[in-house]
Design a protein around this ligand. Structure first.
Ligand code: AMP
Length: 398
């Protein structure tokens, strides 16, 4: 039996978990996975996927500790819990590492306090991450727990990219800077590209496009992130499923002065905008169905999405100077043929040429979608943040 890493992603009322064999092939499903949902409610739900089966348990879940305890019991009842398999390390996804963390950290009490210090930068996410860490450390005290930060990959971006042109004293006092998110995914994908190109990592300049429900772009030079589209928060950058991405910040003042509260504007920008705000739907598959039925709002949302994407691709080409590769990843980037085609359309003058057949061919693995003669290689590289976190965590296993 292989040694497994438990990967936890704790939200305010849910915990996603995966048991991962870090040595497995990235295309294989995890050993087990699941979700604890509606924590604090009477109809709490635990879903476990194991051995080709999906097991669902509905019962009241008092808090995170109760949820994880019940999830472990359900896993043990089916032969994949902490008493049945060898869990050698636990990896925790932590959203905000601020200026404090540039890479994964072995968790001790001091690290937990440092993550707590960063709560003002991620008031919704970091508290939930800390609860998950504390509960899991109590339930599995014998194994190393490792924090993997969504911001880590962007920690060392050049100041010109990382700093905002705000009053410097205010920016310093409130730790205002571009931190970037989805770092585990951009790092995981960008590390695969040089191997696929057959070049040393130090020689590859690339743009990675993480297009899921949340969307972000990164410019990566020789393995080092030099710019990214998300900022102090994950609201900035590309248009997303429900988030605006970049808008004129003056819109926020304007709406506030028109009588909307700050919480209403926050909700508007984070949960009622993006594809959903423009078209009514945030799921790209539903959006595509509506486009197929000539829904004008769906088309408008799609065209805005493509426009934003091209805007970032273009600016990152200039920032990198020489571009070797563009890599698409996440739910939309890996699966939506049209987004890849349309965002890369008519760029032959810039050395980018998509092969329509390669682009449309169904395939779950890393692959090229550019033509043989395309100067810039365009690829699809499936992301796997859980596997990346599992590998970081396992590095600390005894
Ligand atoms: P993620 O956040 O990476 O899970 O991506 C979620 C997004 O990917 C949603 O908008 C989905 O509609 C989209 N997505 C997932 N699978 C497909 C697919 N086969 N075709 C188009 N979009 C997809």
């Amino acid at each position: 039996m292989s040694r497994l890493a438990l990967v936890l992603n704790s939200g305010s009322s849910s915990v996603k978990f995966q048991l991962v064999d870090p040595d497995r092939d990235a295309t294989e499903p995890p050993y087990a996975s699941g979700l604890v949902e509606r924590i604090g409610e009477d109809n709490g739900t635990i879903v476990l996927k194991f051995d080709g089966e999906k097991i669902e348990d509905v019962e009241p879940i008092a808090d995170h500790a109760d949820g994880l305890d019940k999830a472990f019991a359900l896993m043990d009842a089916h032969g994949c819990g902490p008493h049945s398999v060898d869990i050698a390390a636990v990896g925790h996804r932590v959203v905000h590492g601020g200026k404090l963390f540039s890479g994964p950290e072995l968790i001790d009490d001091q690290i937990v306090e440092m993550i707590r210090d960063l709560i003002p930068l991620a008031p919704l996410h970091n508290p939930a991450n800390i609860v998950g860490i504390e509960v899991a450390r109590q339930l599995l005290p014998e194994v190393p727990h490792v924090a993997v930060f969504d911001t880590g990959f962007f920690h060392d971006m050049p100041p010109a990219a990382a700093l905002y042109p705000l009053d410097a004293a205010v920016a310093a006092e409130h730790n205002i800077r571009r931190y970037g998110f989805h770092g585990t995914s951009h790092e995981y994908v960008s590390r695969q590209v040089p191997g696929l190109l057959g070049k040393p990592a130090a020689e590859v300049n690339q743009i990675t496009l993480h297009l899921g429900n949340g969307c972000s772009a990164a410019a990566v030079r020789g393995g080092q992130a030099v710019d990214t589209s998300m900022g102090l928060t994950p609201l900035a950058g590309l248009m997303m499923g429900t988030r605006t991405g970049d808008i004129d910040p003056g819109i926020i003042f304007h709406l506030y002065r028109q009588g909307l509260s700050i919480d209403e504007i926050d909700d508007l920008c984070n949960r009622r905008s993006g594809l959903k705000g423009v078209s009514g739907v945030n799921d790209f598959r539903v959006l595509q169905e509506r486009m197929d039925n000539a829904d004008q709002d769906a088309w408008a949302a799609y065209q805005m999405y493509v426009h934003q994407l091209r805007r970032y691709i273009g600016s990152y080409m200039l920032i990198l100077g020489r571009l070797d590769a563009i890599a698409f990843t996440a739910g939309v980037g890996e699966n939506h043929v049209g987004i890849r085609r349309d965002s890369m359309a008519a760029l032959e003058n810039f050395g980018i040429r998509i092969d329509p057949e390669r682009n449309a061919a169904p395939n779950d693995g890393p692959r090229f979608i550019s033509t043989e003669d395309s100067a810039v290689k365009v690829l699809v590289v499936p992301t796997n943040e859980e596997l990346a976190i599992a590998r970081y965590a396992m590095a600390y296993a005894a």
